[in-house]
Design a protein around this ligand. Sequence first.
Ligand code: KG4
Ligand code: ZN
Length: 373
Amino acid sequence: MSVRILGIESSCDETAAAVVADGREVLSNIVASQVDIHRKYGGVVPELASREHLRRIVPVVREALEQAGLALAEVDAIAVTCGPGLVGSLLVGVTYGKALAMSLGKPLVAVNHLEGHVHAVLLEAHVVGCKPELPAICLIVSGGHTVLYNVAAQQGNGSASAQGFRYRRIGQTRDDAAGEAYDKVAKLLALGYPGGPVIDALARYGNADAVRFGAAKMKGNPHDFSFSGIKTAVLYHVRDHPELQREIDARRQAFAQGARKAEQLRPQCSRQTLDLLASFQKGVVSDLVSRTLAAAREFNARSVLVSGGVAANSRLRQVFEEEARLRGLDVFFPSRQLSTDNAAMIAAAAYPKFLAGERAGAQLNAEATLPLG
Ligand code: KG4
Ligand code: ZN
């Protein structure tokens, strides 16, 4: 008999619920995005996010159960993200998860959002029939995080989905997360929100060698990242090229008239803008790839895992694959759908904890800065 876990995720601006069997079979995966609400502010507004989670959580959970063909009473446990994230957003999921577990008399499992991102990679590895070898270096790169972990097996040699892991944080961003840099550059250039997917699509048409953005130079931990420098360099570039401003104004108008997709915005982008986007993306991607692979070398990793919203980026995937292959390393990504925030990864991460008897009680709270490892 399989173990079916209902996962709930509300750490940022996606209200999500999913049912996963035995930590690897996704029976349903529902994500209600709030992008349309936050778009006009160019970023997530915490108060609006928690209000929207409150509105969406019940229908989203209901839809996840319906799609899985299960009644609430048939799930074996409830898993919920308890941090890190926006505290008001997290509280909606935590409170609802606790109430469900208590009223149904089901076990409640608390999951760290970052550990969820690691399991998004494992879910996909299961789909394609492989199991990443450990120890692994895991890069979690999203709008809120850019962090490197050394991931090792916790116990025995069970199946990948039943396996517990030990995490050691070996590096992180000292300022902006990579996804945040994408979002801020998109805001500066009037390309909408979130910036990552649009820049990813438009950068394909530009020359990535047109503008030179040097890698961030930092003292101290060589596994740390920094993206505020490249973001500021783009700002200076725009300031030094006043002709770009006319286009920015034109794109604002296009936005006011409903243009949202990269293909709708492309006619409003000169070669100069496309080159700037491609060069920015090249700078961010080479920094992410080179620091991750340097860590893999230092810690003798057998594989590399890459997860989080920015893991959906096509150049990041391509460069990682090419560079890792040269070094004889396997690199694993989640499917694009599982790269961004979702609850399937939370239910999957809960499975080894459920098997190990880890239970959260009525005292479970949301923790905005909950660390992993
Ligand atoms: O994991 P996620 O959904 O939420 C956080 O935990 O932050 O990641 C969202 C972030 C946003 O900053 C978005 O711009 C970025 O991921 N993103 C991308 C792409 N798709 C989403 N960045 C670069 N390229 C993409 N294709
Ligand atoms: Zn995330």
